[in-house]
Design a protein around this ligand. Structure first.
Ligand SMILES: *Cc1c(COP(=O)(O)O)cnc(C)c1O
Length: 476
């Protein structure tokens, strides 16, 4: 079934599809290449990631484990570098919030990407990775004075300013540090992008940026008159998991229009236009995201045409993919603990398959009604397909990892399940709910695996509990 056949928006767990909208796939053992890492395959029935069998990963690293295919990350990063012609001065920023650790920061530095961070914590990881500071951009609608100081002291390439309070605050921080800080002004262009549609509006009712018009004009004037700030460009980010480039195209038009107004009003030509991230990936069969080359061609074409029409020098174009770089490279491996059949109206039986993680390592299903693809991983099976729901171990009925899936009817305790496309916004949004330790992130490459972020332990959880010291004190 094609994703575009239904509109964007939440679908509710309590509305049972009758009949179930997507029939079972012909072969449950098949891995859709659009959803799984490039090198994922079944060897003797078992899913193997970059040459490492999932049973070996589970044995060595335990479950659940988030597995990231290094070659897959690098290949996707390169695709963007080539598509956006980084060699000619354009920039591809990896949005670190999708998932950030020092190793991945280093891979992406090597591939020629820049890096977006939006908190002091993300900046600390980038700096610990020795990511070149001039290639770091800093985002956020409420950066603290400390975070601004940290960024300016590190010598970050640019800071995206988001409010008039921040313009004044950053100007002061830069003045005290004795530097002239390059900034981009974040504008909201009145384009609200969803996966399947976009809405162009005059006003946007959200917390980020300056609305086009008076707010953006005033912000630009404020930056231009701030002694310690240098206006490097404009920034726009329209949403996430976008499949259709038309929203980006409208945004590009409007941002170039504003750049022309800045030139006319202030005599300043801007060096950079950043169109943000949000490029979609395939989570389930039928999802059909645009290729980086296709997106780049359209956006560069528009910016060139509009700039030529306005007599503007074509600025550097930048984009900020997060999900599109690491999303599909990640797979979460869980072990099945229990299987329970639940009878539903209409003669359905749904198998509730409980795994050893859940909303603490993947909140997206509960939060966004996200859809995922999941497969029996430690073996293939010829058993009948069974309507299944993969659930976690947390004390919430909404603790669902995969809401609707078909799995072989013989899936049982001890089997491994692999959930695809969990590289972005899963481990980075992980919590310790129910005091479940967060899973490790393991890199795979050429038949070997390396821990990138180790598994949290119960000791890690107890370490933050200041009462322990007091109890230990009374005991001795
Ligand atoms: C979240 C975000 C991104 C990355 O979004 P993806 O959907 O992961 O590509 C890029 N830029 C900004 C400003 C963001 O907030």
């Amino acid at each position: 079934m094609s994703r575009s056949a239904h509109p964007a928006g939440p679908r509710h767990a309590d509305v049972l599809p009758d009949p179930h909208p997507s029939g079972a796939p012909a072969d449950l053992n098949q891995l859709d290449g659009a959803i799984w890492p490039i090198a994922a395959e079944r060897i003797r029935g078992e899913i193997t990631l970059a040459g490492v069998p999932v049973t070996a990963l589970a044995e060595r690293h335990g479950t659940p484990t988030v597995v990231i295919d290094e070659a897959d990350v690098r290949a996707r990063a390169q695709e963007y570098v080539v598509a956006f012609d980084v060699a000619s001065g354009n920039k591809v920023y990896y949005a670190g919030k999708a998932f950030l650790c020092t190793t991945i920061a280093r891979w992406l530095a090597e591939e020629g990407l820049c890096l977006d961070v939006c908190t002091g914590g993300e900046l600390a990881v980038a700096l610990a990775a020795e990511f070149p500071a001039e290639r770091i951009g800093v985002h956020g609608n409420n950066k603290s004075v400390d975070e601004l100081r940290q960024a300016v002291a590190a010598g970050v390439g640019s800071i995206v300013v988001d409010s008039s309070t921040e313009i004044a605050r950053l100007n002061e921080v830069a003045r005290v540090a004795g530097v002239r800080q390059a900034v981009l002004v974040r504008v909201t262009v009145g384009v609200e992008a969803h996966t399947h549609e976009f809405i162009a509006t005059a006003h946007e009712d959200q917390k980020f940026g300056f609305a086009l018009g008076e707010a953006a004009d005033d912000a630009i004037a404020a930056v231009l008159s701030a002694d310690s700030l240098e206006l490097a460009g404009l920034h726009s980010h329209i949403g996430s998991q976008i499949f259709d480039t038309s929203g980006f195209e409208v945004a590009a038009h409007r941002v170039v229009e504003l750049a022309a107004r800045v030139r006319d009003g202030h005599g300043v030509e801007l060096a950079e236009l950043n169109l943000g991230g949000g490029l979609g990936i395939a989570y389930v069969s039928g999802d059909d995201p645009q290729t980086p080359a296709g997106i780049a061609d359209r956006l560069r074409g528009i910016v060139h045409r509009e700039c030529n029409a306005a007599g503007l020098r074509v600025p550097r174009l930048s984009v900020e993919p997060g999900r599109a770089i690491v999303g599909t490279s990640g797979v979460t491996v869980y072990e099945v603990g229990t299987v329970k059949d639940v009878r539903l109206d209409g003669g359905f039986t749904r198998s509730y398959i409980s795994v050893d993680g859940g909303m603490s390592d993947n909140i997206r299903t509960a939060l966004y009604d996200a859809e995922y693809t999941c497969a029996l991983a430690n073996r293939s099976s010829t058993a009948e397909p069974k309507l299944s729901r993969v659930v976690g171990k947390h004390c919430e009925s909404g603790d669902i990892v995969v809401r609707e899936t078909w799995l072989p009817a013989d899936v049982g305790p001890g089997d491994l399940l692999a959930v695809a496309a969990t590289g972005a916004y899963c481990r980075s949004m992980a919590s310790n709910y129910n005091h479940v330790p967060r899973p490790p992130v393991v890199g795979v490459r050429d038949g070997g695996s390396t821990v990138l972020v180790r598994r949290e332990t119960q000791d890690d959880l107890l370490r933050l509990d200041a009462g322990i010291a007091a109890i230990a004190g009374t005991a001795s």
